[in-house]
Design a binder for this molecule. Structure first.
Ligand SMILES: Cc1cc2nc3c(=O)[nH]c(=O)nc-3n(C[C@H](O)[C@H](O)[C@H](O)COP(=O)(O)OP(=O)(O)OC[C@H]3O[C@@H](n4cnc5c(N)ncnc54)[C@H](O)[C@@H]3O)c2cc1C
Length: 504
């Protein structure tokens, strides 16, 4: 019996482990609800809802191929041991995973299990991340080679070992989780993933490059593929293939004189971001410690001993007194998705203005991002918190972001209704309203909405000074060189930009 272990690859399209397993004999398609993952601080009922929706669709599609999904609850490799005792396993197939410490340790245990029993475990790459990469030089080329490989065709029939009990799909209660209270979450499954990609490439994506930064427009103008990529409802290779086809069509149209609007520019921007996906994940693959430790140890001790619980609570509960920060956090509490710029601003505010260490804030947002992808998440957190040593320090102003990205307050008024009647010109800093304005807008500062938890200009300056004090040391420069050699993008020769600051 071949076993295909579905993890973050909840699809049938472009699934090489499945195709290879089926070519080798009767195949069991297995999904395991693992208590270590479900009970972790990064996991949320919203993730489970998305996974379960994706599994239902997977099961449905497998049934059309004479197969079905087999469900188990338990730790790995114990689940495999129990299966193997009754239904001997010949080979285990899965995609490679770049996960967190929990899944990394679990994979080590599964690897030992397979070696001890001489049952081969064949792991196949599913994106541009390269295992045991020797050097970042040439990585981009390896990613391109991966993307050019053919897509796996879905098998037309699967021989399912019928004697194995199927188990069942588990609702949250069966796993000790409450049902999610979040609304308007993206719906899991391969069909939704493809529909989302198609609507982006043919309809929603035209103004992506100009509309991605504002939370008002990004919700439709961004691809919204992150959650589908994170849980593997669609493969990176499929996304790139469809993108290239669409780019080809558009170029033909352009060359025949047809208007193509902003499409080509937007799709080039999208293409870059798809490569960032793999670029950031590669960092965690190369250095799993990035989940816990600063990329550059020069920054150790900078924030660790100054954790202010009051700051953390205000940030988590969206009560910082900065409308853009609070609106973004409330949007996440409801929908589990926000665009890149607003994620960066939320983290910048926590790490610089509130001087919170990135680890607890990263865990908090992992739970509230439906697209939580450890490799992107932790690498981005470190970059936005200034602990990589190789990126320009970017401190976002929560005041300027209102003016730039939500000047009429459409987004803020929706998510922070207590500010609904605050005039546009006071929306970035409602505490600056006069008493008469507070009364007219029905928003009394300190009662209906909090005053700012810290003063922006002072917090910005303090953070900048502290970062600079570390960055100016010779040891920081030496270490930045080391970090760049290990993780830096080779696209720009001068990527160590360790002395630049910008207020964004
Ligand atoms: C602090 C922080 C944490 C983040 N955590 C995650 C995470 O857990 N999971 C996740 O998928 N993305 C994460 N991102 C990156 C980015 O914000 C999201 O990928 C993007 O907002 C998802 O929306 P989209 O699919 O519509 O993206 P689009 O703008 O349409 O981009 C297309 C795809 O490119 C990739 N991508 C886009 N931007 C980035 C980026 N900056 N870095 C790496 N890949 C990118 C994603 O796979 C995305 O789906 C994080 C960013 C920050 C600042």
């Amino acid at each position: 019996m071949q076993v295909v272990w579905f993890k973050r690859d909840l699809r049938l399209d472009d699934h090489w482990p499945l195709v290879n397993a089926v070519a080798n004999g009767p195949t069991l398609c297995l999904y395991v609800y693992e208590p270590e993952i479900i009970g972790s601080d990064e996991f949320d009922s919203s993730h489970l809802q998305f996974i379960n929706q994706s599994l239902s669709q997977l099961d449905h599609k497998l049934r059309a191929l004479n197969s079905r999904l087999t469900y188990r609850v338990g730790s790995m490799p114990d689940v495999l041991t129990a299966l193997h005792a009754k239904h001997p396993i010949t080979a285990l197939w899965s995609h490679q995973e770049t996960g967190n410490r929990i899944t990394y340790d679990r994979d080590l245990r599964v690897s030992k299990w397979s070696r001890d029993r001489q049952i081969p475990w064949r792991e196949i790459p599913q994106n541009g991340v390269v295992r045991r990469l020797k050097s970042r030089d040439g990585w981009a080329k390896q990613r391109t080679t991966f993307l050019k490989r053919p897509l796996a065709e879905m098998p037309s029939k699967i021989t399912h070992p019928s004697e194995v009990p199927a188990g069942s799909h588990k609702p949250p209660k069966a796993l000790g989780l409450p049902a999610t209270s979040k609304t308007e979450l993206q719906v899991g499954g391969e069909t939704h993933a493809l529909e989302t990609l198609n609507s982006f490439l043919t309809d929603r994506g035209q103004d992506y490059s100009s509309e991605m930064s504002s939370p008002v427009t990004a919700v439709d103008a961004c691809s919204r593929l992150s959650t589908y990529l994170a849980w593997g409802c669609i493969s990176m290779r499929r996304v790139v293939r469809e993108l290239q086809d669409r780019q080809g069509q558009l170029r033909e149209l352009r060359d025949t004189g047809e208007p193509v609007g902003g499409w080509l520019k937007s799709l080039r921007a999208f293409e870059s971001r798809l490569s960032w996906h793999c670029h950031f994940m590669q960092k965690l693959e190369d250095e799993p410690e990035l989940e816990f430790s600063n990329m550059s140890p020069v920054y150790d001790g900078l924030r660790e001993n100054e954790f202010d619980q009051r700051h953390f609570d205000a940030w988590c509960t969206a009560q910082t007194g900065y409308p853009m920060v609070d609106a973004c956090m409330r949007a996440l509490h409801q929908h589990s998705w926000i665009n890149f710029r607003m994620r960066a601003m939320l983290v910048s505010f926590a790490s610089y203005h509130l001087w919170l260490h990135w680890r607890p804030t990263a865990v908090y947002l992992a739970k509230h991002f439906l697209d939580f992808e450890p490799g992107i998440h932790y690498s981005q957190f470190q970059m936005q918190s200034g602990t990589t040593g190789i990126n320009a320090i970017r401190i976002y102003s929560p005041i300027k972001q209102v003016k730039d990205q939500d000047p009429t307050g459409k987004f803020i008024r929706h998510f922070v209704p207590e500010l609904a009647a605050v005039p546009d010109r006071k929306l970035a800093e409602p505490h600056k309203m006069s008493l008469a304005e507070q009364s007219r807008s029905g928003c009394q500062i300190g009662k209906d909405y909090p005053p700012p938890i810290v003063e922006h200009a002072a917090a910005y300056k303090a953070a900048k000074d502290r970062m600079f004090a570390v960055r100016k040391h010779a040891s920081a420069k030496v270490d930045a060189g080391r970090v760049f050699r290990k993780h830096g993008s080779r696209k720009r020769s001068n990527s160590v930009r360790n002395t630049r600051y910008s207020e964004t």
